[in-house]
Write a protein that binds this ligand. Structure first.
Ligand SMILES: [Fe+2]
Length: 321
C-alpha cells in the first residue's frame, strides 16, 4: 500500500531523517532528483545516516564514511579500501518511493508496488497551492476520521464552516469509486422536526459540497471547481500523526495570483483545523469502543477498508511500541 508520507519540498539535497509508520527513515535525492528512502541507521555501528551527506549519488554515513546506494547496499567501506568487495550482509532496509503532485509516497506492507499511487485526477498542474503541516497527538485513524465526519460541523466549527446550526444530517451518501477511494456528500439541515433521510433515499442526489477519500490517507474537500482543500495524514508512530494541509486554487488563470490567494486563505484553514484539533486530541485513542450512528457512514466505510490491512492494523493496535 502506498502511503503519502512527505511533501516534496521537505527532501532537498541534504538527507532528511523522519519518523514514519513507527520507523526511522532517511530520505535523500540523487543527482537526477530521484528520491530514496532507507532505514536511518548505519548497519555498522548504528549512526544516523540522515546526519551524513550525499556523495556520488550515494548516502555517506558521517561516522566512518560507509557509502550506501539507493537499494540500501553498502558499496564502499573506506577503511577496507575501494578494492574491497563489500559482502551482502552490509545493507539496510530500503523502501520503494514514488513522487508526483509534490507528494512523496512510501510503499508499506505486503508485496511490491504494482501501480503508482493515486492522487485526485481533477487537480491538475494548473492549480496553485499553499501548504502547512503540523503534528497532532492523535493516532492515525482519529486524524482521518475527523475529516470524514459530517456531523461535527455545527459544533466544532460553529463560528466558521459550521455556521447556520445545520445539525440534522441526512444520509450521508458514500459512493465507492474503486477499491481504494470513495466520495461522500454532505446533506445537513436545520432541525425543524423533519425525518432524517436514509442514504438510499438520497442516492442520485448530489450536494454542492462533496468530499473524496483515497485510502489509506489522502482527502479532498471539493469546495468548488477552482478551490479545494487537500489533506494527508501520516502516521509518525502509533500515537502521533503528521497532518499536511493544502489549499489548491485555480481561479484567475494566473498561477502566481492563484498562489497568493491560496496563501491568503491559509490562516482561516489553520483556524478551522485547530478547531478540530482541540476536540480530536481529547478523544480516547482506541477507536474500537466507539458506538457509531447513521451519520458516521463515511467513517464506517473507512474502517471496513482499514481492517483489511492486517499489517497496518497490527501496527495501530498490536502489542509493543
Ligand atoms: Fe472539522
Amino acid at each position: 500500500m502506498w502511503f503519502a508520507v512527505l511533501s516534496s519540498n521537505e527532501v532537498r539535497r541534504k538527507p532528511v531523517g523522519v519518523r514514519r509508520l513507527g520507523r526511522d527513515l532517511v530520505f535523500w535525492r540523487d543527482s537526477l532528483g530521484k528520491v530514496y528512502a532507507l532505514e536511518d541507521f548505519c548497519v555498522h555501528r548504528r549512526a544516523r545516516l540522515s546526519a551524513g551527506k550525499v556523495i556520488n549519488d550515494r548516502i555517506q554515513c558521517p561516522f566512518h564514511g560507509f557509502e550506501y546506494d539507493g537499494n540500501g547496499r553498502v558499496r564502499l567501506i573506506p577503511a577496507l579500501g575501494k578494492n574491497y568487495k563489500v559482502p551482502d550482509r552490509f545493507r539496510v532496509n530500503s523502501y520503494p518511493v514514488y513522487e508526483k503532485n509534490n507528494i512523496i509516497w512510501l510503499w508499506s506492507g505486503e508485496g511490491e508496488p504494482e501501480k503508482e499511487p493515486k492522487f485526485f485526477d481533477d487537480i491538475d498542474e494548473d492549480f496553485a497551492y499553499a501548504e502547512f503541516r503540523e503534528l497532532w497527538n492523535v493516532p492515525f485513524p482519529r486524524a482521518v476520521e475527523n475529516q470524514l465526519d459530517v456531523m461535527h460541523l455545527p459544533f466544532v466549527h460553529r463560528t466558521t464552516i459550521g455556521r447556520g446550526n445545520r445539525t440534522l444530517v441526512h444520509g450521508p451518501v458514500v459512493k465507492w469509486i474503486d477499491e481504494d477511494s470513495f466520495i461522500f456528500y454532505v446533506f445537513n439541515e436545520v432541525d425543524r422536526g423533519q425525518r432524517v433521510k436514509r442514504p438510499e433515499e438520497l442516492s442520485g442526489e448530489e450536494s454542492r459540497v462533496y468530499l473524496e477519500f483515497i485510502f489509506p490517507n489522502l482527502w479532498q474537500n471539493h469546495i468548488s471547481e477552482g478551490t479545494r482543500v487537500v489533506a494527508f495524514f501520516v502516521p509518525v508512530d502509533r500515537q502521533k500523526t503528521m497532518i499536511y494541509l493544502r489549499f489548491y486554487v485555480k481561479m484567475t488563470g494566473l498561477k502566481p495570483v492563484d498562489s497568493i490567494i491560496a496563501r491568503l486563505s491559509m490562516p482561516l484553514n489553520r483556524i478551522i483545523l485547530h478547531q478540530d484539533r482541540r476536540v480530536v486530541e481529547t478523544q480516547e485513542r482506541d477507536i474500537r469502543k466507539d458506538v457509531l450512528v447513521q451519520g458516521d457512514l463515511p467513517i464506517m466505510e473507512f474502517r471496513k477498508r482499514l481492517y483489511k490491512e492486517k499489517k497496518l492494523i497490527d501496527f495501530l493496535f498490536g502489542g509493543g511500541q
